[in-house]
Design a protein around this ligand. Structure first.
Ligand SMILES: CSC[C@H]1O[C@H](OP(=O)(O)O)[C@H](O)[C@@H]1O
Length: 362
């Protein structure tokens, strides 16, 4: 998307085709940093420490990580050890396993000498596919925004609450939850986005808000705990979020706090939509609450926050006593019964196995 007067994606191959460059999202919104990743260790660190994050982007980054590994050692053993090494970086987003499986299934039958080139080509394809999937999600999600806009007085904005960052920064481009918003704006439909700050890492305040400014989307930052109040007072027309893994029956795993927004939405009759590309569906899982592994991240993410001082220094500060331990489950699972619809690249499905299989037959 636009960054100033230039178009960027979140990830791209270097001109020599032997490494990648990424936007290091840890420094946004205060600094825009592009960094190279030229070894598997660097790719693993970038995923684990969230230089890049967001289920689809994690998958694409891992795909390029396999390609970089094949440059050094294209053996079967290296292919398997790279799969294991990158798979361990983050446990919840299913796109990581999906992309690693896709790459290994492609490369295994090939002669080792052909694997690096084939891997870079496939990783680039997965990146392009992500952009197209998101454009399709945008087109289908736009129908919902159009319907809501038609029910409101002329010119009144469709008020959309979103949680965490499921924007272009969570994907290669366009985003999932933000794709319908960007298309609505292009079509001239007035929208106003309420951005959950999304503790503990503040991906909403730091990433989604930065996206909204960059794409000139009217928006308001709110604390995570304000969503229910806004819905109670009729100030939200719809909620749209992304997901890191959605089960075959429509249970939605997403950033911690999503479940609470879904409960508030249900209690106030606000439609709650989830935008997802099909690689985010885990067909092997039925009960999301029981079966999806929830990443437990460092307590420092709760106890320390990043910010910019008045004189422009970007730094972390502690907000709780040194002696206080913090729990930090990074995701939660919203049961399908609280989901109004799943916006996929093939259309909007009921949050059920029947609904998903209607769009994605076996
Ligand atoms: C389009 S996937 C976005 C999804 O990923 C985020 O998690 P994280 O930033 O920890 O990778 C969050 O759950 C978003 O909804």
């Amino acid at each position: 998307m636009k960054v100033g007067d230039r178009h960027y994606r979140t990830i791209w191959p270097t001109s020599d085709g032997r490494a990648i460059e990424i936007i290091d999202q840890r420094w946004l919104p205060h600094e825009f940093r592009v960094v190279p990743l030229s070894t598997v260790d660097e790719v693993a660190t970038a995923i684990r420490d969230m230089w890049v994050r967001g289920a689809p982007l994690i998958g694409v980054t891992a795909a390029y990580g396999v390609a970089i590994a094949m440059l050094g050692d294209p053996s079967d053993a290296a292919l398997d050890s790279t799969w294991d090494y990158l798979h361990e970086t983050r446990p919840t987003a299913i796109n990581l396993r999906w992309a690693l499986d896709d790459m290994r299934n492609l490369l295994r039958p090939l002669p080792p000498a052909e694997r690096a080139d084939a891997a870079f080509a496939r990783a680039a394809e997965i990146a392009e596919e992500d952009v197209e999937l998101n454009r399709s999600i945008g087109r289908h999600g736009l129908t919902i925004i159009r319907q809501i806009a038609a029910s409101k007085p002329e010119g009144e904005p469709v008020r959309i609450l979103t949680h965490c960052n499921a924007g272009w920064l969570a994907t290669v481009d366009y985003g999932t939850a933000t794709a319908p918003i960007y298309l609505a704006l292009e079509e001239g439909i007035p929208v106003h986005v309420y951005v959950d700050e999304t503790r503990p890492r503040n991906q909403g305040a730091q990433l989604t808000a930065w996206e909204m400014v960059g794409q000139e989307v009217p928006h308001t930052l709110v604390v995570d705990n304000a969503g229910g109040h806004l819905m109670q007072h009729g100030l939200i027309d719809m909620v749209i979020v992304g997901t890191d893994r959605t089960t075959r029956n429509g249970d939605v795993c997403n950033k911690i706090g999503t479940y609470l927004k879904a409960l508030a939405a249900r209690d106030n009759g606000v439609p709650f939509y989830v935008a997802l590309p099909s690689p985010t569906i885990d067909w092997t899982v039925g009960d999301g609450v029981a079966e999806i592994p929830i990443e437990e991240r460092s307590s420092d993410e709760v106890s320390l926050v990043w910010g910019r001082t008045a004189d422009g220094k970007v730094m972390q500060v502690r907000i709780s006593p040194d002696a206080t331990e913090a729990a930090n489950p990074a995701f939660d699972v919203t049961p399908a019964r609280l989901v109004t619809g799943l916006i996929t690249e093939r259309g909007i499905a009921e949050a059920s196995e029947t609904g998903l299989r209607g769009l994605f037959p076996r």
